[in-house]
Design a protein around this ligand. Structure first.
Ligand SMILES: Nc1nc2c(ncn2[C@@H]2O[C@H](COP(=O)(O)OP(=O)(O)OP(=O)(O)O)[C@@H](O)[C@H]2O)c(=O)[nH]1
Ligand SMILES: [Mg+2]
Length: 335
Protein backbone atom coordinates (compact mmCIF):
# COMPACT_ATOMS: atom_id res chain seq x y z
CA UNK A 1 0.00 0.00 0.00
CA UNK A 2 1.28 3.39 -0.93
CA UNK A 3 1.06 6.12 1.73
CA UNK A 4 -1.21 8.16 -0.62
CA UNK A 5 -3.85 5.46 -0.29
CA UNK A 6 -3.94 6.12 3.41
CA UNK A 7 -3.91 9.87 2.89
CA UNK A 8 -7.24 9.74 1.07
CA UNK A 9 -9.00 8.20 4.03
CA UNK A 10 -7.96 10.27 7.01
CA UNK A 11 -10.96 11.27 9.09
CA UNK A 12 -11.10 14.44 11.17
CA UNK A 13 -10.25 14.56 14.82
CA UNK A 14 -13.70 14.03 16.45
CA UNK A 15 -13.80 17.40 18.23
CA UNK A 16 -12.84 19.11 14.99
CA UNK A 17 -15.48 17.18 13.08
CA UNK A 18 -18.20 18.16 15.52
CA UNK A 19 -17.25 21.82 15.11
CA UNK A 20 -17.41 21.46 11.31
CA UNK A 21 -20.78 19.79 11.61
CA UNK A 22 -22.11 22.61 13.75
CA UNK A 23 -20.94 25.23 11.26
CA UNK A 24 -22.40 23.37 8.31
CA UNK A 25 -25.72 22.94 10.07
CA UNK A 26 -25.93 26.71 10.50
CA UNK A 27 -25.44 27.43 6.82
CA UNK A 28 -27.17 24.41 5.24
CA UNK A 29 -30.67 24.95 3.89
CA UNK A 30 -30.60 28.69 4.41
CA UNK A 31 -30.56 29.70 0.76
CA UNK A 32 -33.55 30.64 -1.39
CA UNK A 33 -37.17 30.78 -0.46
CA UNK A 34 -37.60 27.16 0.52
CA UNK A 35 -40.23 26.31 3.13
CA UNK A 36 -39.19 25.79 6.75
CA UNK A 37 -39.73 22.05 6.35
CA UNK A 38 -37.60 21.88 3.18
CA UNK A 39 -34.81 23.75 4.98
CA UNK A 40 -34.91 21.31 7.88
CA UNK A 41 -34.79 18.38 5.48
CA UNK A 42 -31.76 19.91 3.84
CA UNK A 43 -30.03 20.37 7.18
CA UNK A 44 -30.81 16.83 8.27
CA UNK A 45 -29.45 15.47 5.03
CA UNK A 46 -26.27 17.56 5.42
CA UNK A 47 -25.77 16.18 8.90
CA UNK A 48 -26.23 12.60 7.71
CA UNK A 49 -23.94 13.00 4.71
CA UNK A 50 -21.16 14.39 6.90
CA UNK A 51 -21.43 11.65 9.51
CA UNK A 52 -21.70 8.94 6.88
CA UNK A 53 -18.74 10.44 5.01
CA UNK A 54 -16.56 10.07 8.10
CA UNK A 55 -17.73 6.51 8.73
CA UNK A 56 -17.17 5.62 5.10
CA UNK A 57 -13.57 6.89 5.20
CA UNK A 58 -12.97 5.01 8.43
CA UNK A 59 -14.41 1.89 6.84
CA UNK A 60 -12.21 2.18 3.73
CA UNK A 61 -9.14 2.68 5.91
CA UNK A 62 -9.93 -0.31 8.10
CA UNK A 63 -10.63 -2.52 5.11
CA UNK A 64 -7.13 -1.80 3.82
CA UNK A 65 -5.57 -2.45 7.21
CA UNK A 66 -7.38 -5.79 7.50
CA UNK A 67 -6.41 -6.68 3.93
CA UNK A 68 -2.76 -5.86 4.56
CA UNK A 69 -2.66 -7.58 7.94
CA UNK A 70 0.83 -8.05 9.46
CA UNK A 71 2.63 -4.85 10.19
CA UNK A 72 -0.29 -2.50 9.62
CA UNK A 73 -2.75 -4.62 11.58
CA UNK A 74 -0.31 -4.93 14.45
CA UNK A 75 0.28 -1.19 14.63
CA UNK A 76 -3.42 -0.50 14.53
CA UNK A 77 -4.00 -2.92 17.37
CA UNK A 78 -1.24 -1.31 19.41
CA UNK A 79 -2.89 2.07 19.02
CA UNK A 80 -6.57 1.16 19.34
CA UNK A 81 -6.23 -1.81 21.67
CA UNK A 82 -8.60 -3.81 19.43
CA UNK A 83 -8.17 -5.91 16.30
CA UNK A 84 -8.84 -3.88 13.14
CA UNK A 85 -11.29 -6.57 12.01
CA UNK A 86 -13.42 -5.93 15.09
CA UNK A 87 -13.37 -2.18 14.59
CA UNK A 88 -14.31 -2.60 10.93
CA UNK A 89 -17.35 -4.61 11.98
CA UNK A 90 -18.28 -1.94 14.48
CA UNK A 91 -17.96 0.90 11.98
CA UNK A 92 -20.07 -0.95 9.42
CA UNK A 93 -22.71 -1.39 12.10
CA UNK A 94 -22.60 2.30 12.98
CA UNK A 95 -23.04 3.25 9.34
CA UNK A 96 -26.13 1.09 9.14
CA UNK A 97 -27.53 2.60 12.32
CA UNK A 98 -26.87 6.13 11.03
CA UNK A 99 -28.63 5.24 7.76
CA UNK A 100 -31.66 3.98 9.65
CA UNK A 101 -31.79 7.04 11.89
CA UNK A 102 -31.65 9.28 8.84
CA UNK A 103 -34.37 7.39 6.98
CA UNK A 104 -36.78 7.37 9.91
CA UNK A 105 -36.10 10.99 10.91
CA UNK A 106 -36.59 12.17 7.36
CA UNK A 107 -39.86 10.35 7.25
CA UNK A 108 -41.02 11.83 10.55
CA UNK A 109 -39.99 15.28 9.42
CA UNK A 110 -41.87 14.95 6.14
CA UNK A 111 -45.06 13.71 7.74
CA UNK A 112 -44.99 15.92 10.86
CA UNK A 113 -48.39 17.65 11.29
CA UNK A 114 -46.99 21.17 11.71
CA UNK A 115 -43.82 23.22 11.94
CA UNK A 116 -43.19 22.66 15.69
CA UNK A 117 -43.51 18.89 15.21
CA UNK A 118 -41.24 19.07 12.17
CA UNK A 119 -38.65 20.97 14.20
CA UNK A 120 -38.88 18.41 16.96
CA UNK A 121 -38.35 15.53 14.49
CA UNK A 122 -35.36 17.38 13.03
CA UNK A 123 -33.79 18.04 16.43
CA UNK A 124 -34.25 14.44 17.51
CA UNK A 125 -32.75 13.10 14.24
CA UNK A 126 -29.67 15.31 14.38
CA UNK A 127 -29.29 14.56 18.08
CA UNK A 128 -29.27 10.83 17.49
CA UNK A 129 -26.81 11.06 14.58
CA UNK A 130 -24.45 13.22 16.59
CA UNK A 131 -24.77 10.96 19.59
CA UNK A 132 -23.73 7.76 17.80
CA UNK A 133 -20.77 9.69 16.47
CA UNK A 134 -19.90 11.07 19.92
CA UNK A 135 -20.20 7.73 21.66
CA UNK A 136 -17.47 6.35 19.40
CA UNK A 137 -15.10 9.25 19.74
CA UNK A 138 -12.26 7.22 21.19
CA UNK A 139 -12.34 4.65 18.42
CA UNK A 140 -12.56 7.33 15.75
CA UNK A 141 -9.68 9.19 17.28
CA UNK A 142 -7.51 6.05 17.22
CA UNK A 143 -8.49 5.48 13.58
CA UNK A 144 -7.48 9.01 12.67
CA UNK A 145 -4.18 8.75 14.48
CA UNK A 146 -3.23 5.49 12.82
CA UNK A 147 -4.25 6.63 9.34
CA UNK A 148 -2.19 9.76 9.82
CA UNK A 149 0.83 7.74 10.92
CA UNK A 150 0.55 5.35 7.98
CA UNK A 151 0.23 8.23 5.54
CA UNK A 152 3.53 9.66 6.76
CA UNK A 153 5.44 6.45 6.32
CA UNK A 154 7.52 5.97 3.22
CA UNK A 155 6.42 3.33 0.74
CA UNK A 156 7.46 0.00 2.25
CA UNK A 157 5.59 -2.17 -0.22
CA UNK A 158 7.72 -4.68 -2.01
CA UNK A 159 8.30 -8.34 -2.66
CA UNK A 160 10.97 -8.56 0.01
CA UNK A 161 11.33 -6.19 2.96
CA UNK A 162 14.79 -6.14 4.43
CA UNK A 163 15.47 -4.21 7.60
CA UNK A 164 18.94 -2.78 8.04
CA UNK A 165 19.82 -2.87 11.71
CA UNK A 166 22.91 -2.10 13.72
CA UNK A 167 24.13 0.31 16.36
CA UNK A 168 24.55 4.03 15.65
CA UNK A 169 27.31 4.82 13.16
CA UNK A 170 27.64 1.24 11.88
CA UNK A 171 27.00 2.54 8.35
CA UNK A 172 23.30 1.72 7.81
CA UNK A 173 22.39 4.91 5.98
CA UNK A 174 25.52 4.77 3.85
CA UNK A 175 24.73 1.20 2.86
CA UNK A 176 21.13 1.99 1.87
CA UNK A 177 22.20 4.87 -0.30
CA UNK A 178 24.86 2.72 -1.96
CA UNK A 179 22.58 -0.23 -2.65
CA UNK A 180 19.54 1.60 -3.89
CA UNK A 181 19.67 3.80 -6.93
CA UNK A 182 16.69 5.91 -6.08
CA UNK A 183 17.03 8.57 -3.45
CA UNK A 184 15.91 6.99 -0.21
CA UNK A 185 12.40 7.95 0.84
CA UNK A 186 12.18 9.35 4.32
CA UNK A 187 9.07 9.31 6.48
CA UNK A 188 8.14 8.91 10.09
CA UNK A 189 8.18 5.73 12.01
CA UNK A 190 4.67 5.13 13.31
CA UNK A 191 4.07 6.41 16.84
CA UNK A 192 7.53 7.86 17.23
CA UNK A 193 9.09 11.00 15.86
CA UNK A 194 11.93 8.93 14.51
CA UNK A 195 12.63 8.72 10.82
CA UNK A 196 12.16 5.63 8.76
CA UNK A 197 14.08 5.47 5.52
CA UNK A 198 13.21 3.16 2.67
CA UNK A 199 15.17 2.56 -0.51
CA UNK A 200 14.00 0.36 -3.35
CA UNK A 201 16.07 -2.08 -5.31
CA UNK A 202 14.49 -3.80 -8.32
CA UNK A 203 15.84 -7.19 -9.30
CA UNK A 204 14.51 -8.08 -12.76
CA UNK A 205 12.49 -10.19 -13.27
CA UNK A 206 11.92 -11.24 -9.69
CA UNK A 207 10.57 -8.10 -8.12
CA UNK A 208 11.29 -5.27 -5.79
CA UNK A 209 13.37 -5.33 -2.63
CA UNK A 210 12.70 -2.64 -0.06
CA UNK A 211 15.57 -1.81 2.26
CA UNK A 212 14.45 -0.15 5.46
CA UNK A 213 16.63 1.83 7.83
CA UNK A 214 15.07 2.30 11.25
CA UNK A 215 17.39 4.63 13.16
CA UNK A 216 16.91 4.64 16.88
CA UNK A 217 14.69 1.58 16.81
CA UNK A 218 16.97 -1.42 16.58
CA UNK A 219 20.15 -0.05 18.03
CA UNK A 220 19.89 -0.68 21.75
CA UNK A 221 19.11 -3.54 24.10
CA UNK A 222 15.38 -3.88 24.89
CA UNK A 223 15.96 -3.02 28.55
CA UNK A 224 16.90 0.54 27.64
CA UNK A 225 13.73 1.26 25.69
CA UNK A 226 10.68 3.29 26.62
CA UNK A 227 7.17 1.92 25.99
CA UNK A 228 6.78 3.73 22.67
CA UNK A 229 9.98 2.21 21.40
CA UNK A 230 8.88 -1.17 22.63
CA UNK A 231 5.84 -0.88 20.42
CA UNK A 232 7.94 0.22 17.50
CA UNK A 233 10.22 -2.78 17.93
CA UNK A 234 7.22 -5.07 18.04
CA UNK A 235 5.95 -3.64 14.80
CA UNK A 236 9.32 -4.06 13.07
CA UNK A 237 8.97 -7.75 13.73
CA UNK A 238 6.00 -7.75 11.40
CA UNK A 239 7.53 -5.45 8.85
CA UNK A 240 10.61 -7.57 8.26
CA UNK A 241 10.92 -10.42 5.80
CA UNK A 242 14.63 -10.52 6.48
CA UNK A 243 17.26 -8.50 8.29
CA UNK A 244 20.81 -7.33 7.72
CA UNK A 245 22.73 -6.63 10.88
CA UNK A 246 25.65 -4.28 10.40
CA UNK A 247 28.68 -4.46 12.65
CA UNK A 248 31.48 -1.91 12.71
CA UNK A 249 34.75 -3.71 13.53
CA UNK A 250 37.00 -0.75 12.67
CA UNK A 251 39.38 0.74 15.25
CA UNK A 252 37.24 3.90 15.17
CA UNK A 253 34.05 2.08 16.18
CA UNK A 254 31.74 3.75 18.68
CA UNK A 255 30.70 0.51 20.39
CA UNK A 256 32.71 -2.56 21.29
CA UNK A 257 32.16 -5.79 19.41
CA UNK A 258 30.54 -7.24 22.55
CA UNK A 259 28.04 -4.38 22.75
CA UNK A 260 27.20 -4.78 19.09
CA UNK A 261 26.73 -8.53 19.47
CA UNK A 262 24.47 -7.99 22.45
CA UNK A 263 22.13 -5.84 20.35
CA UNK A 264 22.38 -8.44 17.61
CA UNK A 265 21.03 -11.05 20.00
CA UNK A 266 18.07 -8.82 20.93
CA UNK A 267 17.23 -8.27 17.28
CA UNK A 268 17.68 -11.93 16.44
CA UNK A 269 15.36 -13.14 19.19
CA UNK A 270 12.68 -10.83 17.85
CA UNK A 271 12.79 -12.16 14.31
CA UNK A 272 11.50 -15.63 15.08
CA UNK A 273 13.62 -17.48 12.59
CA UNK A 274 13.35 -15.05 9.67
CA UNK A 275 16.47 -14.90 7.49
CA UNK A 276 19.20 -12.85 9.04
CA UNK A 277 22.60 -11.88 7.72
CA UNK A 278 25.52 -10.34 9.57
CA UNK A 279 27.62 -7.83 7.70
CA UNK A 280 31.01 -6.58 8.83
CA UNK A 281 31.22 -3.08 7.41
CA UNK A 282 34.10 -0.60 7.09
CA UNK A 283 36.55 -3.25 5.84
CA UNK A 284 38.48 -0.40 4.17
CA UNK A 285 39.16 1.17 7.57
CA UNK A 286 40.00 -2.04 9.44
CA UNK A 287 43.46 -3.61 9.39
CA UNK A 288 43.30 -7.16 7.92
CA UNK A 289 44.34 -8.85 11.18
CA UNK A 290 41.63 -7.09 13.18
CA UNK A 291 39.05 -7.82 10.50
CA UNK A 292 39.89 -11.51 10.58
CA UNK A 293 39.74 -11.54 14.37
CA UNK A 294 36.32 -9.84 14.33
CA UNK A 295 35.08 -12.33 11.73
CA UNK A 296 36.14 -15.24 13.93
CA UNK A 297 34.54 -13.78 17.05
CA UNK A 298 31.27 -13.12 15.23
CA UNK A 299 31.20 -16.62 13.78
CA UNK A 300 32.01 -18.23 17.12
CA UNK A 301 29.49 -16.20 19.11
CA UNK A 302 26.60 -16.24 16.64
CA UNK A 303 27.18 -19.27 14.44
CA UNK A 304 26.75 -17.00 11.42
CA UNK A 305 29.51 -16.40 8.87
CA UNK A 306 29.55 -12.65 8.34
CA UNK A 307 29.97 -11.00 4.98
CA UNK A 308 32.79 -8.47 4.90
CA UNK A 309 31.98 -5.26 3.02
CA UNK A 310 32.71 -1.60 2.76
CA UNK A 311 29.67 0.53 2.16
CA UNK A 312 32.03 3.41 1.50
CA UNK A 313 34.25 1.88 -1.20
CA UNK A 314 31.70 -0.63 -2.49
CA UNK A 315 33.75 -3.70 -1.57
CA UNK A 316 31.63 -6.87 -1.89
CA UNK A 317 28.42 -4.93 -2.42
CA UNK A 318 27.86 -6.96 -5.59
CA UNK A 319 27.95 -10.12 -3.46
CA UNK A 320 25.55 -8.56 -1.00
CA UNK A 321 23.18 -7.68 -3.82
CA UNK A 322 23.41 -11.21 -5.19
CA UNK A 323 22.55 -12.66 -1.82
CA UNK A 324 19.58 -10.34 -1.49
CA UNK A 325 18.42 -11.30 -4.98
CA UNK A 326 18.89 -14.97 -4.09
CA UNK A 327 16.64 -14.49 -1.09
CA UNK A 328 14.02 -12.83 -3.25
CA UNK A 329 14.11 -15.68 -5.78
CA UNK A 330 13.88 -18.29 -3.04
CA UNK A 331 10.86 -16.56 -1.50
CA UNK A 332 12.68 -15.52 1.71
CA UNK A 333 13.74 -19.08 2.53
CA UNK A 334 17.16 -18.06 3.80
CA UNK A 335 20.29 -16.22 2.76
N1 LIG B 1 35.60 3.96 6.36
C1 LIG B 1 34.30 3.70 6.24
N2 LIG B 1 33.41 4.53 6.78
C2 LIG B 1 32.11 4.22 6.65
C3 LIG B 1 31.65 3.08 5.97
N3 LIG B 1 30.30 3.06 6.02
C4 LIG B 1 29.94 4.16 6.71
N4 LIG B 1 31.01 4.87 7.06
C5 LIG B 1 31.04 6.12 7.83
O1 LIG B 1 30.54 5.89 9.14
C6 LIG B 1 29.80 7.00 9.59
C7 LIG B 1 28.41 6.56 9.95
O2 LIG B 1 27.73 6.11 8.78
P1 LIG B 1 26.16 6.12 8.66
O3 LIG B 1 25.82 5.49 7.38
O4 LIG B 1 25.63 7.46 8.96
O5 LIG B 1 25.82 5.16 9.88
P2 LIG B 1 24.41 4.80 10.52
O6 LIG B 1 24.49 3.39 10.95
O7 LIG B 1 23.33 5.17 9.57
O8 LIG B 1 24.41 5.74 11.78
P3 LIG B 1 23.12 6.28 12.60
O9 LIG B 1 22.17 6.85 11.62
O10 LIG B 1 23.73 7.24 13.55
O11 LIG B 1 22.59 5.07 13.31
C8 LIG B 1 29.82 8.01 8.45
O12 LIG B 1 30.83 8.93 8.70
C9 LIG B 1 30.13 7.17 7.24
O13 LIG B 1 30.79 7.87 6.22
C10 LIG B 1 32.64 2.22 5.41
O14 LIG B 1 32.38 1.18 4.80
N5 LIG B 1 33.94 2.58 5.58
MG1 LIG C 1 21.70 6.49 9.76
Amino acid sequence: MKPEDFRRNIIHEPSEFLAILERRLKTAGSSGRASARARLLEKLSTCYRLVDGEFSKAEAFLRRVVELGGFHAELFKLEAGVEPREVLKKIKGLRRIAGNIYASSRNELRTAPGEPAAREAFRAGVGRLVSIYKRNRKTLSAIRKTALEFSRMPDVEGDLRVIIAGMPQAGKSTLISRLTNAKPEIGFYPFTTKNIIAGHLTVEPYGRIVLIDTPGILDRPMSERNPIEHRAVLAVKHLADALLFLIDPSPGKYYSLDEQLSVYRTVQSMLQGKPLMIVLNKADATPPGELEEAREIVLRKTGVEPLVISALTGLNLDILKQRLAGLLKAGSQGF
